[in-house]
Design a protein around this ligand. Structure first.
Ligand SMILES: NC(=O)C1=CN([C@@H]2O[C@H](COP(=O)(O)OP(=O)(O)OC[C@H]3O[C@@H](n4cnc5c(N)ncnc54)[C@H](O)[C@@H]3O)[C@@H](O)[C@H]2O)C=CC1
Ligand SMILES: O=C(O)C(=O)COP(=O)(O)O
Length: 343
């Protein structure tokens, strides 16, 4: 941008990222910023890709109107489609406050020389902590004990927690991590603190990592009493864990998925839960979201702990996202190399 001018920024928060937080972070970072806060007033599928945004939608119209004259857009889910980019020739930088700029048409942005950045890792701590919570919930049957036993004035804990039902502790337990990125590496750190025997499979991570055992997927599956998935969903990882893979686990293993539903063949998981090959599953993400009412998972009683895709949602995430995005805007304003730019 031209030195001396004030940069015009639209801070478009929605769902989870607050426009006021973005605006404050950008003003703090840049100083000479004219920030317009925009609370997007339309519901979008929470983590849906841009393909799910209807062309010529109200959302696009709202974006186009708000972006008039702006050079920078900071957004979480606002659709930055071909039409929006064509209608906003002043726009030079788009920063998406999430793990990937899935709501931006990257090809269209490249053609117009618009830089597109994102905010990796903003929810890694939240997701890692939630994962360990889900693991403990499944291993120790915490949700099952909560309501029926105490809230209803009953004290059947002694009979509920028989030897067979009392569950496993993490200390000394072999736990396999599939994926060792921002979330997986944090989960590993916490599990090590519990004394779990942590193994890792990640084809893009080589050599010894932090003293952890790195294995092939099959070896990890054969040895793990618990597996937890932390790969990104790509064509390569879709269906990574199916019937064959679940069959390699020791009988009665536990499966945790706080990553993406389609990493796991849900039908095969239900079969494995029904047969006892898998004794429990803790899931935050599903093949289809929201989970359909006829999902087999809902018929599996207390063998499953199910949460509605909220592993990455903590209060701190909105602030971290705003800060990471604002730092990127600051680099752009100062003409420095951008940290997480895809165009
Ligand atoms: N439930 C929730 O609310 C949230 C879910 N997530 C999901 O958690 C997962 C992990 O996120 P991050 O750690 O931020 O991603 P990341 O990109 O930092 O790490 C992903 C890791 O997966 C590895 N990987 C790639 N192909 C693989 C394969 N074939 N097998 C095993 N590993 C493979 C990569 O090398 C990388 O180390 C993603 O699926 C993400 O979408 C992230 C945040 C919140
Ligand atoms: O990954 C999730 O599930 C989230 O909570 C947010 O996703 P994102 O990293 O913003 O694409």
């Amino acid at each position: 941008m031209t030195a001396g001018n004030s940069v015009r920024v639209v801070a478009a928060g929605d769902h989870f990222v607050l426009p006021s937080l973005i605006a404050r972070a950008v003003e703090h970072e840049v100083g000479r910023a004219d920030v317009r806060e925009l609370r997007l007033g339309w519901p979008l599928e929470p983590f849906g890709p841009v393909a799910e945004v209807q062309e010529a939608s109200d959302a696009e119209d709202e974006m186009i109107e708000a972006l008039a004259g702006a050079q920078v857009l900071v957004t979480q889910m606002g659709p930055v489609t071909e039409r929006v980019l064509a209608a906003c020739p002043d726009l030079k930088l788009v920063v998406v406050c999430r793990g990937g700029p899935v709501n931006v048409n990257l090809d269209a942005a490249k053609r117009r020389d618009v830089r597109v950045c994102f905010a990796p890792g903003r929810n890694a701590a939240a997701t890692a902590e939630f994962t360990v919570g889900m693991m403990l919930a499944a291993l120790r049957r915490i949700p099952q004990a909560h309501d029926p036993l105490v809230r209803q004035g009953s004290w059947e804990g002694a009979t509920y927690y028989t030897y067979e039902r009392s569950g496993l502790e993490l200390e000394d337990l072999p736990v396999g991590l599939v994926g060792y990125g921002a979330v997986g590496s944090r989960v590993a750190r916490v599990l090590c603190a519990f004394g779990a025997r942590v193994m890792v499979y990640d084809p893009y991570v080589h050599g010894e990592i932090h003293g952890l055992r790195v294995t092939s997927l099959d070896e990890l599956l054969r040895r793990s009493q618990v597996i937890t998935l932390h790969a990104r969903l790509t064509p390569e990882t879709r269906g990574l864990i199916g019937a064959r893979e679940l069959g390699l686990l020791p009988s009665g293993a536990v499966v945790v998925n706080v990553a993406r539903g389609p990493l796991l063949d849900e039908g095969a998981l239900c079969d494995a839960l029904e047969s006892g090959q898998v004794s429990a599953a803790a899931l935050d993400t599903y093949e289809r979201e929201p989970l359909p009412a006829q999902s087999r998972l809902l018929g599996l009683g207390d063998r499953v702990v199910l949460t509605p895709h909220l592993g990455g949602a903590s209060r701190a995430v909105a602030e971290k996202a705003a800060r990471i995005a604002a730092e990127e805007v600051g680099r752009w304003v100062r003409g420095e190399p951008l940290a997480h730019c895809l165009t």
